[in-house]
Design a protein around this ligand. Structure first.
Ligand SMILES: [Cu+2]
Length: 181
């Protein structure tokens, strides 16, 4: 702020005009920030592929946790060499324990959240969707190599966000020859 009282009239006009311009530009920037923030949020919710692919399923958070046929974090056989794993993300864990799946099988993850948004990402794969409360996200993957993969959270969700990781253990498929013996 300038001391207007010690200025000549022309200096004073100069500073007053300057401050008026400054206020106008601060106002324009605030409007732009607001509009861009709203557009970014709409883009994520409406158009962004990663948010959820619920496949027309209705919100089922209660159902998913109580459904005996779909226990949390357990691979349930749903077809020939196809399994479904249901997960309810919570601050700050994905599953009650390690998730065992079979190498070479089609694994479909049904993912929802019990509290806030979580980012369901499996390291070393292209699995990446957002766990949304009240929606089931569906993503399928075939694990070609046995080993341990980690589900991490890529959507900041609070204090222990960085520690929100659960292992997926891909058990080796038994070779045909061995099974036949
Ligand atoms: Cu999270």
């Amino acid at each position: 702020m300038s001391d207007l009282s010690s200025m000549t009239p022309s200096e004073r006009r100069f500073y007053e005009a300057g401050e008026r311009q400054e206020r106008i530009w601060v106002f324009i920037v605030l409007i732009l920030l607001t509009v861009l923030t709203i557009i970014a949020m709409l883009y994520v919710v409406i158009d962004y592929n990663l948010v959820t692919k619920s496949g027309g399923q209705t919100p089922v958070i209660g159902q998913m946790t109580t459904d005996q046929a779909q226990p949390e974090g357990v691979a349930v056989e749903t077809g020939p060499n196809a399994y479904t794993v249901s997960l309810v993300a919570r601050m700050w864990r994905w599953a009650p324990g390690p998730i065992h799946v079979k190498q070479g099988a089609k694994i479909t993850f049904r993912v929802t959240s019990a509290d806030v948004l979580h980012g369901f990402e499996v390291q070393g794969t292209d699995i990446n969707l957002t766990a949304v409360p009240g929606e089931i996200g569906l993503v399928s993957h075939v694990f070609r190599k046995p080993g341990t993969y980690y589900i991490i959270c890529n959507e900041y969700c609070g204090l222990m966000h960085h520690a929100m990781a659960s292992p997926i253990i891909v058990d080796p498929a038994r070779p045909e020859a061995e099974a036949a013996q």
